[in-house]
Design a binder for this molecule. Structure first.
Ligand code: HEC
Length: 123
């Protein structure tokens, strides 16, 4: 077969293939991570932005742990947090969650919130 025709066919397949991919709404990893964070219930203890730092859980943002530490913790957590096995949450889904956590902006400082400015320290 003529090599020019073959390469032309291959090129146009690639071209139309990429058009098809561009047409599909591919959610960014962080958006997928957010959806997973909600779907498997992380938000119930950690808050919808991972910022809960109270009796329910530890804050996961703004100082997000290294991805390996988060992945490890989720699989073997010995404390009050439920263990999430691979059947429930894949490694890819954990990686997506980490991407989501990295996008959460830090909360405003207490000094910038009027009602909190002049509080006496707790004794
Ligand atoms: C039932 C409540 C609950 C749910 C649901 C939950 N966690 Fe936790 N998580 C905790 C608590 C409580 C801790 C603090 C450590 C402990 O007591 O085990 C924690 C700690 C963590 C830590 C370690 C933080 C640190 O700085 O040591 C990570 C990471 C984490 N959770 C991620 C997640 C993710 C991701 C999900 C969803 C897949 C999730 N958690 C779901 C309660 C929960």
């Amino acid at each position: 077969m003529n090599t020019k025709i073959v390469s032309g066919v291959v090129l146009s397949l690639g071209f139309f293939g990429s058009l098809a991919a561009a047409g599909q709404a591919v959610a960014p990893l962080s958006e997928r991570g957010k959806q997973t964070f909600m779907r498997v219930g992380c938000y119930m203890c950690h808050g919808t932005t991972g910022q809960n730092n109270n009796d329910a859980a530890k804050a996961l943002t703004p100082n997000t742990l290294p991805p390996e530490a988060i992945a490890y913790f989720i699989r073997v957590t010995p404390g009050r947090m439920p263990v999430y096995p691979k059947e429930v949450l894949s490694d890819t889904e954990i990686a997506d969650i980490v991407e989501f956590l990295k996008t959460v902006p830090p909360p405003p400082s207490a000094d910038s919130i009027d009602i909190l400015k002049n509080l006496e320290p707790l004794k």
